[in-house]
Structure formats: C-alpha cells, structure tokens
Ligand binder design. Structure first.
Ligand code: MG
Length: 159
C-alpha cells in the first residue's frame, strides 16, 4: 500500500413520531424516527461523508442535494453505494469503517450485527471491516432529550 487516507463523517437529524427509524439500512422498531428529505439514515450519511472525505471528493450534499426531488425519500444505501463506487474509481480500497450512533432510545445493541452486515454488503467489503457502536447522550442536550440523533464515522482507505 503506497497511500493510506482517513475520512471523517458526522450527521444529525431530528426525531419525529411516525417516521421510520432506519440506521445503516436497517429499519429499527420505534415510535420515533428520523426526519429528512431522504430516508434520514444518519449512520449511512455519516459513512458516506467519511468515504467522500477520505478521497477528497466533497460531501454528501454536493453529490445528493436535498433540493433535488430525485432524492426525496431516497434509500440512503444508494448514497453509500455511490460513494463506495467513487472511491474505488479513484483507485482506493476501503480498508475499514468505524461508526458511532448517539441515540437516547430505543436501545440498539440487538441490531448491531444486521447493521454491520447491511453496511458491509452495500460497500462490498468483508463484515469484519465494519464496526458500529452505540451511545446515549446521558439525557443531556437535544440528543439526550430525544429530539434528535447523531452519527459519527471514520473510514480508512488504501491505495
Ligand atoms: Mg443526513
């Protein structure tokens, strides 16, 4: 490997009743879900931005503007798959993905494996290269009060 690159991603969406809660392409049973133009999958959005960032290819808003009706209600796996395609076209291999979801409830630990499997499948990488972690915000701030949820991701690419 002659070149190793790292990218950082972060996302936040509001929580609202009656919306689906989709994280890493997996629908989680919940009374509250994430609001947004697309399916509002914060985890997929954070990883998409980390991929784009690692390859210096801009950000998710540049590639998929939320003013574009084509992305209304979009499955964010499409964003993730597109970003993976772009970094491969730029000559990189996706080495690993590590992410954290910060959400007060529901508890997510039982959904870890399906989320990692879904992300690995979408990115076309082995399951052991994907890590997803969960935290609450200890009832503090907008996340802790259940008004929003956040995700952070870091991606390493190699060429
Ligand atoms: Mg987003």
């Amino acid at each position: 490997m002659s070149e190793v690159r790292t990218g950082l991603g972060w996302d936040v969406h509001r929580l609202a009743p009656g919306r689906p809660l989709i994280l890493g392409g997996v629908t989680i049973p919940s009374e509250f879900g994430l609001e947004g133009h697309s399916d509002a999958d914060i985890l997929s959005h954070a990883i998409t931005d980390a991929l784009l960032g690692a390859a210096s290819l801009g950000d998710i808003g540049m590639h998929f503007p939320d003013s574009d009706p084509a992305w209304k209600g979009a499955d964010s796996a499409r964003f993730l798959a597109h970003a993976a395609r772009l970094v491969r076209q730029a000559g990189y291999t996706i080495w690993n993905v590590d992410a954290t979801v910060i959400l007060e409830r529901p508890r997510l630990k039982d959904h870890r494996v399906p989320m990692c499997e879904s992300i690995a499948r979408t990115l076309g990488i082995e399951l052991d290269r994907v890590s997803v972690k969960f935290k609450t915000a200890e009832r503090v701030g907008p996340v802790g009060e259940g008004r929003s949820a956040e995700a952070q991701a870091i991606v390493t690419l190699a060429k």
